[in-house]
Design a binder for this molecule. Structure first.
Ligand SMILES: O=C(O)CCC(=O)C(=O)O
Ligand SMILES: [Fe+2]
Length: 342
């Protein structure tokens, strides 16, 4: 496709005011912009996304409070105790190099707190709805810090999580249009979506090239990511010439990037672009990505019609199997198995 030849030196900003417009032509116009950004860059900022600054600020405040706890308090919800990759990962607890891109793996200069889908974080569900099931052990309980230590932490994180989940369910309808599918193409696969979110803290890193990154060069795994950054820059996105393009925080925006599962599904019409975090500012940096994927039980058959137009470059695969294998490779102390490719 012609789109894939184009390089970029900045990340486009897309206005989502017409995300749920009653007029088909307005949604299609938005889908065309999204298609161009996803095919050329794989990243775009969104503005007028409907999540209030006030909620975002409160969620960052919660993140700062979490990471300000003692190591012992944070380790009480250590991710290593969880079967489904949820909880706290200390500094250097994750591989700072992507085993698929570079060796050897080392620990990243960041600490993180991970959560996954719970009914309480989904505005479309009530406590009496059946919990989600998957064959890969990815759904299940989150580990939360003691409510007495961080009053309201869980509530504010779920408040944010549930809003971004709704935004994602709307955005994936535009992505369906962008991929020349019917707008409801993904709807049945996002009832119990395979979603996760994390709070990240990046202490300042001394000098570029000498330190180790806050996050090594990587791609995300699910369908797309919606990222909130505080005011401190650090995110860098790799363009086709191998140049790192900065994606600094822009007031009133969130960052969206296409991840591997959707890029693969689209037969690589959409790009899952390599990015990393290097915090050279001398300040503490915080960010909150939200990883949106389809129901882990979904069988993904690569789009030929409306995808890249080429023959499918991969056999069908199951969303949960794909994500589980990627997660197993990501943390120090977990050993994943190698990925099956056609
Ligand atoms: O912290 C950031 O800006 C990016 C985080 C990220 O890329 C990730 O968690 O996958
Ligand atoms: Fe990422």
């Amino acid at each position: 496709m012609a789109f894939q030849e184009v390089d970029f030196d900045s990340i486009p900003i897309i206005d989502l005011s017409t995300l749920a417009s009653p007029h088909t032509h307005e949604r299609q116009k938005l889908a065309d912009l999204v298609n161009k950004a996803c095919a050329e860059v794989g990243f775009f900022y969104i503005k007028n996304h409907g999540i209030s600054d006030e909620l975002i600020d409160r969620t960052f405040e919660a993140a700062r409070n979490f990471f300000a706890m003692s190591d012992e308090q944070k380790m009480s919800c250590y991710l290593g105790k969880s079967k489904n990759f949820r909880g706290y990962s200390p500094l250097y607890g994750e591989k700072a190099s992507n085993p698929e891109l570079e060796e050897p793996a080392q620990g990243a200069l960041s600490e993180a707190f991970d959560i996954g889908y719970e009914l309480a974080g989904d505005l479309r569900k009530g406590p009496n709805d059946p919990p989600p099931q998957d064959a890969y052990g990815l759904h299940g309980d989150n580990q939360w810090p003691d409510e007495r230590l961080l009053p309201g932490f869980r509530d504010v994180y779920f408040d944010y999580f549930s809003q971004v989940l709704e935004l994602s369910r709307k955005l994936i309808r535009i992505l369906a249009l962008a991929l020349d599918q019917k707008e409801d193409f993904f709807d049945s696969a996002v009832e119990y979506p395979g979603v996760a979110s994390r709070m990240l803290h990046y202490p300042p890193q001394p000098v570029e090239g000498q330190g180790i990154p806050g996050q090594a060069a990587h791609t995300d795994w699910e369908c797309f990511t919606i990222l909130a950054q505080d005011h401190v820059p650090g995110l860098q996105v790799l363009n086709n010439q191998g140049k790192w393009v900065l994606a600094p925080p822009i007031l009133g925006t969130l960052v969206v990037n296409i991840a591997d599962c959707l890029a693969t599904w689209s037969n690589y019409r959409f790009k899952s672009t390599i990015h990393r975090v290097v915090n050279l500012t001398g300040e503490e940096r915080y960010s909150i990505p939200f990883f949106f994927g389809v129901d882990y039980n979904t069988t993904i058959s690569i789009m030929e019609n409306g995808g890249s137009g080429e023959k499918a470059r991969r056999k069908p695969f199951t969303a949960g199997e794909y994500v589980h294998q990627k997660l197993s490779n990501g943390y120090i102390g977990y050993d994943g198995e190698s990925e099956e490719k056609t």
